[in-house]
Design a binder for this molecule. Structure first.
Ligand SMILES: *Cc1c(COP(=O)(O)O)cnc(C)c1O
Length: 372
C-alpha cells in the first residue's frame, strides 16, 4: 500500500544528515531540530502556534483537555473514521455522539451533525478523511449558532486547502479552535515512528496546550494543572524537517497517481472513483473507490491472489464496534456509513509509484471486475 523504504532511499542523504546532527548534539528531548520543525510547520500552514506531541491520538486528547470539557459533555464526530477520537472522548469521561457522513466525500454530513446537537453538546470533531476537507463553512456556521468548539482531526489531510464561500483559503487543521495531526509513518507528513502535533491561532489555547504537554507546567516542577507527557522526539523532528521540505512534492506525486487511476478506472460503470468537493483540494492520503458490496470482498481477494495489495478503510462503523456497544447504537442507524463500510476499497497510493506498477494494478483490477 505504501513504500516507505524507497522514499527513504531517495531522500537518504538529507535524512541521514538530519539524524546525524541530532546524534552529534546528543540532545534527544527538545533541542534545535524540534524548534526548527515547529517554526517551519507553522510557516507552511500559516498558523501562529504549532505544538508537537507524541502521536495523533494524544493530540486529540490534549485538545479536549485544553478546552476544559467536563465529564458528561457531548462531542459530535464522524461515524466513518479511525477509533482515536471516540477512544479519547471515552477516556476523558466525555460522551461521543456520532453523525453519519456525506456519501460523496465520506466526511461528516452537516445536516446529520445538526440533528445530533443537544443542550449538552460542547464540541465538534470533524475529520478530514482520506485527504480532503470536511465542509468547514457549514460546520463553523453550526458551531457558531450553538456556541460549540471545533477540533479538526487532520491526521489524514495535512497539506490540503479549504476555500470558503467568500473565497478565503486556509490549510486544513488551522480553521477550527484547535487542529490536530499525526506523523505516523503512513500519513501525508510522516516520521519514522510515532509523532503528532496541535495547531491553533489562539495564544491563550496555545499556552494551555503547551502546559498540558509538559505535565501541566510552564516552569519545570511547578505544575499548574494536570497534564500528560507527550513529546515529539528530536530525532523524529529532524526527519520531519526533511519530509516537510518535500511535502509539496509528495502531494504532487500522489496527485499524479490519482490522475492515472481516474483516467484508467473512471469510465468503468462498476467503479466509483473518489469525488473531490468543490471547496477543497485533495492530497490523496488514500485512493478509495466504491464497488458493489456484492463483489467488493471477492475483488479484494482476487487482487491479493495476483499480488496486489488493497485495504478496507474502514470495515466496521464506530457505531457498531464492540468496544462502543455501551453507546446503544444499532445497525441501521447510520445508513451511509454502513453502506460505505461494505463498498470501499483503497488502492495502493504513495510517492514512489511508477507507471508500470499502476498499469498492472489497473489492468488486473479491470480484468477482475469485468469477470464478476
Ligand atoms: C492516524 C489517525 C489518528 C491517530 O494518530 P496516531 O498518531 O496513530 O495516534 C487519528 N485520527 C485519524 C483520522 C487518523 O487517521
Amino acid at each position: 500500500m505504501v513504500d516507505i523504504r524507497s522514499q527513504y532511499q531517495r531522500l537518504k542523504p538529507e535524512i541521514d544528515a538530519g539524524i546525524a546532527e541530532v546524534l552529534d548534539s546528543s540532545v534527544f528531548i527538545k533541542g534545535p531540530a524540534l524548534k526548527a520543525f515547529r517554526d517551519e510547520l507553522a510557516a507552511y500552514l500559516s498558523v501562529p502556534y504549532v505544538m508537537p506531541c507524541a502521536n495523533g491520538t494524544d493530540a486529540l486528547q490534549i485538545a479536549l483537555m485544553a478546552l476544559k470539557l467536563q465529564p458528561g459533555d457531548e462531542v459530535i464526530t464522524s461515524n466513518f473514521t479511525f477509533i482515536s477520537t471516540v477512544e479519547v472522548l471515552v477516556l476523558l469521561g466525555l460522551k461521543p455522539v456520532l453523525a453519519d457522513v456525506d456519501p460523496l466525500t465520506f466526511n461528516i454530513d452537516p445536516e446529520k451533525l445538526k440533528q445530533a446537537i443537544t443542550p449538552r453538546t460542547r464540541a465538534i470533531v470533524p475529520v478530514h478523511l482520506f485527504g480532503q476537507p470536511a465542509d468547514m463553512y457549514q460546520i463553523q456556521k453550526i458551531a457558531g449558532e450553538h456556541g460549540l468548539f471545533i477540533i479538526e482531526d487532520n491526521a489524514q489531510s495535512l497539506g490540503s486547502v479549504y476555500t470558503g464561500p467568500d473565497g478565503t483559503s486556509a490549510m486544513t487543521g488551522t480553521i477550527g479552535n484547535i487542529g490536530t495531526t499525526s506523523f505516523f509513518p503512513t500519513k501525508p507528513l510522516a516520521c519514522y515512528g510515532d509523532g503528532g502535533a496541535l495547531f491553533t491561532t489562539d495564544p491563550h489555547l496555545a499556552e494551555i496546550i503547551e502546559m498540558i504537554i509538559n505535565h501541566g507546567a510552564k516552569v519545570k516542577y511547578h505544575h499548574e494543572m494536570i497534564g500528560v507527557n507527550s513529546r515529539l522526539d528530536t530525532i523524529q523532528a529532524a526527519i520531519l524537517r526533511v519530509n516537510l521540505r518535500n511535502l509539496d512534492d509528495f502531494i504532487e506525486r500522489r496527485r499524479t497517481v490519482a490522475e492515472y487511476y481516474h483516467k484508467r478506472l473512471g469510465s468503468n460503470p462498476a467503479i466509483r472513483i473518489p469525488q473531490v468537493a468543490s471547496f477543497g483540494t485533495h492530497v490523496y492520503h488514500q485512493y478509495t473507490i466504491l464497488l458493489d458490496p456484492k463483489i467488493r470482498d471477492s475483488v479484494r481477494k482476487q487482487l491479493k491472489e495476483k499480488g496486489i495489495p488493497s485495504m478496507v478503510y474502514y470495515p466496521v462503523p464506530l457505531s457498531i464496534q464492540k468496544a462502543f456497544a455501551f453507546a446503544g447504537y444499532h445497525e441501521g442507524d447510520f445508513p451511509v456509513t454502513e453502506h460505505l463500510c461494505k463498498s470501499v476499497l483503497s488502492l495502493p497510493i504513495h510517492t514512489e509509484m511508477d507507471v508500470e506498477q499502476l498499469d498492472t494494478i489497473c489492468s488486473t483490477l479491470l480484468n477482475i471486475i469485468n469477470h464478476e
